[in-house]
Design a protein around this ligand. Sequence first.
Ligand code: ZN
Length: 348
Amino acid sequence: MRFAEIIGNEALKDALVRMARSGRLGHALLLTEENGGGAFALALALAQFVNCREPQENDSCGVCGSCHKYGKLIHPDLHFVFPVSASTALSESEKKGPISDYFLPAFRELALANPYFTEQQLYDAIGIENKSGLISVNEAKRIAEKLLLRAAEGTWKTMIIYLPEKMNAEAANKLLKLLEEPPQGTLFLLISHNPERLLPTIRSRCQPIAVQPLSRAERQRAGAGENDNAEFREIAISLLEAGLAKRLIDLFPQWEMLADLGREKQREWCLYMERYLRKILLVSQGLADLADPAPEEEATLRGFAAKIRPTFYEKAFAALEEAIASIGSNVNPKLVFCDLSNRLLLAL
Ligand SMILES: [Zn+2]
């Protein structure tokens, strides 16, 4: 992928090119994005640029042998790591320690068709859907093994790690060792949605790069997956309506629906709800442009903005963060969502 093919983040593209050309590119970059924000496309374009045999002023050539293989995601020095889980498509022995390599064909297909993919689109594509994806210590060992090999062709061995916050403690410690003493000629490109969940020692080893969220218009131009989820939005709206009307009984179907989703989707919904509340907050402050609502969504947001009191937001964000933590530590989901909806109702 060339930088020219990427929609949005123009200033960031320029900065990455300048860093690469002037030799100021660190051996590890931590790109943070909003889910589906295109950090993967940027990481790929950067890796293709630094490995290009005939680079142009601001971009890779797109036609040399290296670019050609990068374009198909089959360059031998380009490695991908992403959260996985035991899917039914794996063999019995593979299920015992699933790693990204087992899912590479499906991953390539997704990334080539839509480099702006969301976390959920990844899980759907590799067939683990409702399960929580993880990066295990097996995977971390594979990373170390791959990076011990000399670069087969390129200048750099590129290791793109999508959602390193999905590593368990053992895997994260192995990654930390690699970042502390990086194998020669290795470029680590980490893409995170929640950098605060990474080990501080990992964060401090990486150059932080903030990828700006795409506007609605940019998302459409990029053909990116719609990052608004109709089912999630419906639950959010019903919860707020029932809460504002103080109708406890009307909250039950919503939290039961949430309790029946898989853990990964429950977490996703909480993050969705946070974003949705942020939009209402922006609208209530007269900043509708920043909320960037879809035309059909604006009236609903304005309705909530008029009815919700200013003290609600802080309490709601705290309740949602606690719910996310409880989901992560395996608390019974019925309890989590019963508690969450009660707290939202009381705060409204
Ligand atoms: Zn090239």
